[in-house]
Design a protein around this ligand. Structure first.
Ligand code: PMP
Ligand code: GLN
Length: 378
């Protein structure tokens, strides 16, 4: 029978986590914290359940949570989104992204992705019947190349997917880069799906440049974020989409049949917690210290560090250490050295190999030290 996604196997994150478990390796592959969340957040879940919040919530999300999300966006990025008509709670960013794509992309529409990109984008576009137009970020720096994005735009372009802070490279777009995108799209009807799941993880005093800050972008954008990253609860799978009412209406048409609603007690817990806890204020310092601890150790190896301006990923060039392909190197590193990593080739449609692999540093200090002890051989 004809398969819908002939090129797709099991995601690299699942594959590498399984390999790490099999070999007792320190798992710096799949991106997730190995530490717990604030106990107050857990108490809020049991309190929500005890208070009877166990049936379907409203299709668009628990109202108080949508209000708190809107307040946060306004406080940080200066744009008002109406909690009733412009914010939708989703089952993590993964569901938000596929739902946004299914809502916007019609068969034959072109969608621009900037490679390397998160592994769900391309199959999502293909499931919608769209045509994937791959544009590379600048090799080496992973910055947007506006000449190439401009050249990729066509009358059939329906949407552009962007992601800052960027997974896997850790690049953070500057305000100037956002303005360039705004200017480039000004004469078009192209939509933007802006994956901002790492919005609160930006280091060295830089600011996250949400599309919400740029009127010409905000008007055409669906902003995607995830509580999993911000509150150290990736397994909860709760996120949201913020978009102008006309776009939100289209999004919700698909959302209601795609997931309908998102688990109730977690939404109440997050709403309650967000009233007085804004952990994103401390998050940059928290993760910047981990980034620096890990980078200091790596600097003593022959791995060459690339900048990690944001996200919780550190990329390294392996060429001084090994002649293996990225994928083979990650297998070898997991089996023989006992540290799991992710090959960047997994983020390219054609498997492009530039001898770079990604580590996740959202780990306890002792986990990072254990990994560094093992990596010291390199
Ligand atoms: N987009 C990017 C860039 C991500 O890194 C992730 C998480 N790995 C997601 C989307 C999915 O987020 P969630 O776990 O909330 O579905
Ligand atoms: N987003 C995480 C990463 O990039 C993992 C998500 C997943 O396992 N699908 O590692």
């Amino acid at each position: 029978p004809g398969t819908k996604l002939p090129a797709v196997g099991t995601t690299i994150f699942t594959v590498m986590s399984a390999l790490a478990t099999e070999h007792g390796a320190v798992n710096l592959g799949q991106g997730f914290p190995d530490f717990g969340c604030d106990p107050k957040l857990l108490d809020a879940v049991t309190a929500a359940m005890a208070a009877g919040h166990n049936q379907y919530p409203p299709m668009t999300g628990v109202p108080l949570l949508r209000e708190r999300i809107a307040a946060k966006i306004e406080a940080l990025y200066g744009r008002h989104y109406d909690a009733g008509s412009e914010i939708t709670v989703t089952a993590g960013a993964t569901q938000a992204i596929i739902t946004a794509i299914l809502a916007l992309v019609r068969p034959g529409d072109e969608v621009i992705v900037l490679e390397p990109c998160y592994d769900s984008y391309v199959p999502n576009i293909e499931l919608a019947g769209g045509v994937v137009v791959r544009v590379p970020l600048v090799p080496g720096s992973f910055r947007p190349d506006f000449g190439r994005i401009a050249a990729a735009l066509s009358p059939r372009t329906r949407a552009v997917l962007i992601n800052t802070p960027h997974n896997p490279s850790g690049t953070v777009w500057t305000a100037e880069e956002m303005r360039q995108l705004e200017e480039l799209l000004a004469p078009t009807d192209v939509f933007v799906i802006s994956d901002e799941v790492y919005e609160h993880m930006v280091y060295d005093g830089a600011l996250h440049q949400s599309v919400a800050r740029f009127p010409g972008l905000a008007a055409r954008s669906l902003i995607v974020s995830s509580f999993g990253k911000t509150y150290h609860v990736t397994g909860w799978k709760v996120g949201y989409v913020a978009a102008p009412a006309v776009l939100t209406a289209e999004f919700r048409k698909v959302h209601q049949f795609n997931v309908f609603t998102v688990n109730t007690p977690m939404q109440h817990a997050l709403a309650h917690y967000m009233a007085d806890a804004a952990p994103y204020v401390d998050l940059p310092a928290f993760y910047q210290r981990k980034r620096d601890l890990f980078a200091e150790g790596l600097a003593r190896t022959r791995l060459r560090l690339l900048p990690s301006e944001g996200s919780y990923f550190q990329c390294v060039d392996i060429s001084a250490v090994s002649d293996l392909s990225e994928a083979d190197f990650c297998q070898w590193l997991t089996r023989e050295i006992g540290v799991a990593a992710i090959p960047l080739s997994a983020f390219y449609g054609d498997g492009f190999d530039q001898r770079v692999v990604r580590f996740c540093y959202a780990k306890r200090d002792e986990t990072l030290r254990d990994a560094l002890t093992r990596l010291a051989k390199l």
